[in-house]
Structure formats: C-alpha cells, structure tokens
Design a binder for this molecule. Sequence first.
Ligand code: 7PJ
Length: 293
Amino acid sequence: MTPARPLVMGVLNVTPDSFSDGGRFLDPDVAVAQALAMVAAGADLIDVGGESTRPGAAPVGEAEEIDRVAPVIRALAAHLAVPLSVDTTKPGVARAAMAAGASVWNDITALSGASDSAEVAAALGCKVVLMHMQGEPRTMQDDPRYGDVVAEVRDYLAVRAEAAMAAGVAREAIWLDPGIGFGKRLAHNLALLAHLDQIVALGFPVLLGVSRKSFLKAIDPSASDAADRLGGSLAAALAGADRGAAILRVHDVRETVQALKVRAAITGARLLGPPPTVQEINAPSPSKGEGQG
Ligand code: 7PJ
C-alpha cells in the first residue's frame, strides 16, 4: 500500500569535498547540531556519508572514512531517537557504523562494492538500500547508455534484491533506489521519475534521491548552484511521492516536509467526498442558500 506521506531522510555529509554542503560537518558537535535541526524540521531518519560520490571526487580509504563517520554516528545515536543510516560502499565502514549506532546501510553499489558486502549486511541484520548505478562515480556521467532505462534499472534492482536475500538479508530489510543521477542523462532521470511506479511494483519500499541534483540544472540552467535548486527538488520529490516513493533523501528537510504536508492535506480533502458532477459545479453552494441556478 502506498503510504500517505513518504518518510524524509535528511542528508548529513561529513566529507570535506561534498558539492552541496562544502564540508561544514566534520566536527561531531556541528554535525549533531545540524542533525538535531533536521529532526526538529521533521526528518524521520538521518543519512551520514563520509565519501563523496561526486564525479571526480577523490576516493577515501576505509580507515579515513570510519574516522569521519563513526564519531558522528556515535554522537548522533546519543542525541537522537530517529534511525541513522550510513552512505558507504565499504563493508568495514558499514560494520563500524552499525557498532556506533546506525541501523541502515545505504549502498550506492547495491552490495556489489566488495565480494563480501551481502554477507556482511546479512550478518549485521541492518536495513539495506540497494541503489542502481551505471559505471562508477568517477566516470559514470561520461557516456551513460540504456535501451529501456526503466526496465533495465528495475531488472537490475530485482536481481540485486535476490542476491541480497540469497546471502541471508531478510526481504523486510531491503529498500530499492533507482539512483537518480548515477550514470544517467536527463532523459534517463526523467523516465525513471515518470515511471517510478514500475520500480515500486517490485514490492519493496523505494527510496528516492533527487535533492539538488544536476539534472535539475539541466532543466533550469539558471540553477547552477546546488543550493538554488530547491524548487526543482521539491517538484521532483512530490512527483516521486505521487508514484509511490516511500523514503525521500533530501537536504532541505523543512521545505520538503512542508510540501508533503500540503500534498497530504489536499489528498485528505479529496478523500472527504467525491468531486462535484458537471451538473453540481455551477449550482449555488448549499451553505449560502441563495443565488438561482
Ligand atoms: C544518493 C545516495 C541517492 C542513495 C547520494 C547526492 C549524491 N544514496 N547518495 N540515493 N545520492 N540511496 O546527494 O547528490 O540518490 S550522494
């Protein structure tokens, strides 16, 4: 069943090179303050990332990535009641993050980053986000190609979910993600958003990350700064919600929650009664009781 309102996952970057937050959250105290603000604004969970996946970003070693995310997750777990996820491709980082208090492994490689990723996820017993990506972050935007992007992404996610379950990950622990912007041109991203219901139809909760992404700039070239893409981010998030997204991964929590509340209020109002018929639409309103038809 489609939930009335998707959950909102707030993005907390602890990378010095992340394109939209500029490495402001390396200090655990600063990170906790930012996460508390996101929860106060309505975030249902917080995603902590220590490796930038921006095209061209320098790779981070496992020890360095653990040093970035583990202290922040430990501090967040002490201060927050919401679930914490870790955005990593490395099983060792996922293990350290779960030990520090996280409960979700958000893996842009869909547990294909290391040969033992799926086994580690099963042993950890955490939730796992399986995301589609064509290629690898450094070069993925060079020349992405698909025949039928929606079918290819859907089939890939179905295969990765089967592989995770074969390794012992519970069906109830799996979330899927079409990976907007990860080895995709504008037309690919738009097709995936327009037909997100086909990914939702696989029967797993679908997480969607559109917040501040480059495809929004391709539609509105004036939005060259990531922080200038709020309107586009909200429009895309609502389109995803309408097609059954269960979790929205966003930078602008307060604005997204407000947009979702308005959407839910409209949906609820519509459910109060049937729309008027063509006959009724010009009839005098019963409460006013005046005016002749
Ligand atoms: C995503 C992500 C996404 C999931 C990033 C950015 C790039 N994880 N990590 N889905 N994007 N699951 O935030 O623009 O779309 S990093």
